[in-house]
Design a protein around this ligand. Structure first.
Ligand SMILES: [Zn+2]
Length: 292
């Protein structure tokens, strides 16, 4: 399974390669001919560095202090939202920085869940993650691949601590957004063992499907707010994920629920109307293709 590929060896340092930045879009002014790759890397870091800082946490599993790369609030400028609610920002991608991860013991969680660990869950992480964990390289700025490894670790933590379906679904959703951000920014290392853009597309699909299954489960078994979202937002999100996964009947049903509800806010309703048009178009196409 691609989305967990980084977990084979929990000594994760070898996954974060400096070569990841060789496709930086900014062409540096090269004064000296030697080491142009190094220069590119410095330029790219310089811009993102302004948006992040090392926030100090005390680990709920090993009790050690560590600094986690964190996005400064209100620094990034939002420029749009994808159909499945992924926020897009100018220049930077805050999704990369939404995992709190202890580089010493391997504890990792989405920021909103990082202070909600129970004692038995901490024990499960100690026994099933920390025991084998070989340490994570501490970085001030994260590449997409650095961030993906942190999300993989958060997903592994969620599995071993027996987190609720919504938490696992939310990790998968954000990880799908991360993989999409990686594709948008062409942040690929051609020599990488992790596969190129085709593997990323497959990973995104698998993550969206996992998110869909998790949110459908949470909708049945958990009380709102789910991951901070009210009922209407969760229903809309499920409709969008089902559309992206090609589960068009589920999508049509959920869009209908959102549009009929009186408690859904205007923005979500507007997004649901746009989605409904796409769903209707797809249903029409599939009807014609069946009748030919
Ligand atoms: Zn720790």
């Amino acid at each position: 399974m691609g989305i967990l590929s980084g977990l084979d060896s929990l000594g994760l340092g070898n996954l974060s390669s400096a070569d990841l930045y060789e496709e930086a879009p900014v062409k540096p002014v090269v004064e000296k001919k030697e080491e142009p790759e190094q220069k590119k890397r410095e330029l790219r870091y310089a811009s993102e560095q302004d948006f992040v800082f090392g926030k100090t946490y005390t680990c709920p599993v090993c009790d050690q202090e560590f600094k986690n790369p964190t996005m400064r609030s209100n620094k990034a400028r939002m420029i749009g939202t994808d159909m499945d609610l992924r926020p897009r920002y100018y220049q930077v991608d805050p999704i990369k920085y939404d995992v709190v991860c202890c580089p010493i013991c391997g504890f990792a969680a989405l920021t909103r869940y990082s202070d909600q660990l129970t004692y038995p869950q901490a024990r499960l992480i100690r026994e099933n993650i920390s025991k084998n964990f070989q340490g994570l390289e501490v970085k001030e700025v994260l590449s997409y691949d650095d961030a993906i490894v942190r999300y993989q670790l958060a997903l592994a933590n969620a599995m071993v601590k027996r987190a609720r379906a919504s938490e696992k679904a939310y990790i998968c959703l954000k990880m799908a957004w991360l993989v999409r951000g990686k594709m948008d920014s062409f942040d690929f290392d051609p020599s990488s063992q992790n596969g190129g853009i085709y593997s990323a597309e497959e990973d995104e699909k698998e993550l969206l499907k996992n998110a869909l299954d998790g949110f459908l489960n949470a909708r049945q078994n958990e009380r709102p707010p789910i991951c901070g979202m009210d009922n209407g937002t969760v229903d809309y999100l499920v409709a969008a994920l089902a559309y992206e996964c090609g589960e068009i009947e589920t999508s049509a049903k959920m869009v209908g629920l959102v549009l009929q509800s009186n408690s859904v806010n205007k923005r979500t309703k507007d997004m649901a109307r746009d989605l409904k048009e796409k769903v209707v178009e797809l249903l029409r196409k599939s009807y014609y293709s069946q009748s030919i």
